[in-house]
Design a protein around this ligand. Structure first.
Ligand SMILES: C[S@@+](CC[C@H](N)C(=O)[O-])C[C@H]1O[C@@H](n2cnc3c(N)ncnc32)[C@H](O)[C@@H]1O
Length: 275
């Protein structure tokens, strides 16, 4: 990201359109899967830190089962999430540097990790996750893109309406200008329909991270995480076997994300590993 996020209108003056551009219903199946991963961890996960929580579309599906604390760099996106998740704690902060001076049972970095585009920044986010993960806790990272499996996207999209007469849709094209580096280029075209029937079309390019699995594993290990698994979907870590133990394929409900890196913060030396 390196400062470029500040320039993305999607998360600034267009933030009120987020619920229409990326409706919360589109997160339901994946949230169900991630909730099952957290529940299956066997380590008593109650408090979850969501770094880069955006409009709260993931958190809204988790908040019944977990106490979710949300951090985002954008005040506008936090305001959108506060309307959807009024009882939840929202904090403005940069996931590379924020320090809340408390720890959580789990740290989730969902698609906001896409906005991290250099290895140095990725290491900082992983350090933030480690710093907020209690010993024996779990960190989950859900990037949309991993270099090893990257495929171009040409013109796909989505969107919805809110029943008030407003509607939004988008199309996206994503390609990799240089496979030697750690980011890909996304170009979005948003069509925003106002209540009065007028439409505006907005185009903007986003730079999105696409790190190799090897880079992910190396940086997670360097930060102190152990039993790292991923990016294969459909597996869940369990500490019952003293480490990451894949759940049987299809054992968990919901829809696995395409990429999921899960990592344990080791328990304190001498501490009983089981709660
Ligand atoms: C795709 S949206 C996240 C959507 C979110 N998963 C949801 O449930 O609505 C990406 C978010 O990442 C945030 N973001 C980007 N860089 C960030 C950073 N360095 N620290 C914190 N948030 C960041 C943006 O402000 C934006 O809200």
């Amino acid at each position: 990201m390196s400062g470029t996020e500040q320039e993305y209108r999607l998360y600034r003056d267009l933030a009120d359109w987020w619920p229409l551009i990326s409706p919360k219903e589109e997160y339901t199946a994946e949230a169900r899967y991630l909730a099952a991963v957290l529940a299956a961890a066997g380590t008593g996960i109650h408090q979850v830190l969501d770094l880069g929580s955006g409009g709260g579309h993931m958190a809204v599906h988790l908040r019944d089962d977990f106490q979710v604390t949300m951090v985002d760099i954008s005040a506008e996106m936090l305001a959108v999430s506060e309307r959807l998740n009024p009882g939840s704690e929202h904090i403005q902060g940069d996931m590379r540097s924020v320090r809340l001076a408390r720890s959580f049972d789990a740290v989730l970095v969902h698609d906001a990790i896409d906005y991290i585009t250099t290895g140095q920044d990725l290491r900082q986010v992983i350090d933030t996750a480690f710093a907020h993960c209690r010993p024996g806790g779990l960190a989950l990272f859900v990037p949309d893109y991993v270099k090893d499996t990257f495929r171009e996207i040409a013109g796909s999209g989505g969107g919805g309406d809110d029943g008030s007469g407003r509607h939004a849709s988008f199309r996206e094209w994503t390609w990799d200008p240089d496979p030697a580096d750690d980011w890909v280029q996304a170009e979005y075209e948003f069509t925003l329909g106002a209540v009065d029937g007028t439409e505006q079309i907005i185009r903007e390019k986003h730079r999105l991270g696409a790190f190799s699995a090897a880079t992910w594993h190396a940086l997670l290990a360097a930060a102190g995480f152990t039993a790292v698994s991923g990016p294969e979907p459909g597996t869940a870590p369990s500490r019952n076997a003293r480490g990451a133990q894949p759940a049987a394929p299809g054992a968990l409900p919901g829809t696995p994300p395409e990429h999921l890196f899960s990592a344990w913060r080791p328990p304190e030396p001498g501490a009983d590993r089981l709660p």
